[in-house]
Design a protein around this ligand. Structure first.
Ligand SMILES: C[S@@+](CC[C@H](N)C(=O)[O-])C[C@H]1O[C@@H](n2cnc3c(N)ncnc32)[C@H](O)[C@@H]1O
Length: 295
């Protein structure tokens, strides 16, 4: 083969071809080196501009020894004067400022004088109509917790033994919800509820006396749930999350209770308090009946 012809046999190649091969290898190595340095640089820049989750997590509020407060006002004062609450306000100042444009945005929840009493009223209703579900021995799980006032009130005003939170990961405002529940010191699990799918909650098999969910949207997002979707969900909650004798409390959004009660009331579901509040309890006996009819 003529010297310098590309395609020469490299094992038995001529010195000229070997040189060409070495040259190509050098260019290749240089390119790899340049690309790696560029990638490292981009990674470094991203790291500098994005807030790394985890390491920069705010701390948790140190609650008083017995953990409970006499009045809602006491709890409000304690929270709003805490430096960690102020740090949260500062972290989410853009969201709070956006309220002028979007009054429905999640920044509204920083008005704890409006929203904490709302959660207090929820616990008060459960306690009034089903006192055995709100005691110092009660363990509770709240599904789709959002900002975290409901678990906060349960723990620090109603003295329930424990209340865990859950929320769907990666949805709108989930960073805010994660940070707030963390600062409040509430144990939280990821839980994305999808119709006809078993609940995928990694909570070490914990079980609860009461499972709640208020103003949920999982039952309207992606198609409004009917009787079959609800039966699947309630059966799953009973089997995988509830202690024997436990109950589920649902605070419906958008009057979803109307269709729900058509089939669930005859089985033993009941309104808690005034009907217009759309808060429904599905006690253990009703859950057993739902199970029987499904099997
Ligand atoms: C209207 S907020 C209600 C929050 C809180 N329970 C309350 O009453 O203020 C709806 C909540 O549902 C959560 N969510 C949205 N889609 C969900 C899904 N598919 N599964 C579980 N939670 C979901 C949102 O992250 C948000 O926390």
């Amino acid at each position: 083969m003529a010297p310098g012809v590309i395609g020469a046999n490299l094992e038995n190649g001529t010195p000229n071809n070997r040189n060409r091969y070495r040259g190509q290898m050098k260019t290749f190595t240089r390119t790899i080196r340049t690309v790696s340095v560029a990638l490292l640089l981009v990674g470094f820049l991203i790291n500098c501009t994005e807030e790394p989750k985890g390491e920069q997590r705010l701390g948790q509020i140190q609650w008083p020894d017995d953990g409970t407060f006499e009045t809602v006002a006491d709890l409000e004062t304690f929270v709003e004067t805490n430096p960690l609450w102020k740090a949260l306000e500062s972290r989410f100042r853009d969201l709070i400022a956006d309220l002028a444009k979007d009054p429905a945005g999640a920044g509204k929840y920083f008005d704890l004088h409006q929203w904490l009493p709302n959660s207090v009223a929820r616990w008060a209703t459960i306690k009034r109509y089903r006192p055995h579900l709100v005691t110092p021995d009660t363990t509770a799980l709240d599904i789709s917790t959002g900002f975290g006032y409901f678990p906060l009130a349960g723990k620090h005003l109603f003295g329930v033994k424990s209340i865990d939170a859950t929320d769907a990961p990666g949805v709108r405002w989930s960073d805010l919800y994660d940070d707030v529940t963390h600062v409040f010191g509430i144990r939280k699990y990821e839980l994305f509820v999808r119709k006809f799918e078993a609940l995928d909650i990694r909570n070490d098999g914990r079980r609860y006396d009461i499972v709640t969910s208020y103003q949920m949207v999982f039952d309207v997002w992606n198609g409004i749930w009917g009787e079959q979707e609800w039966r699947f969900f309630l059966k799953d909650v009973r089997e995988s999350l509830l202690n024997e004798g436990g109950a589920i409390v649902l605070g419906f959004n958008q009057r979803g209770d109307v269709g729900f009660m058509k089939w669930a009331k005859p089985l033993g579901a009941a309104y808690l308090g005034e009907k217009h509040r759309a808060v429904v309890i599905v006690p253990w006996e009703a859950l057993e009946r739902i199970n029987e009819r499904q099997e």
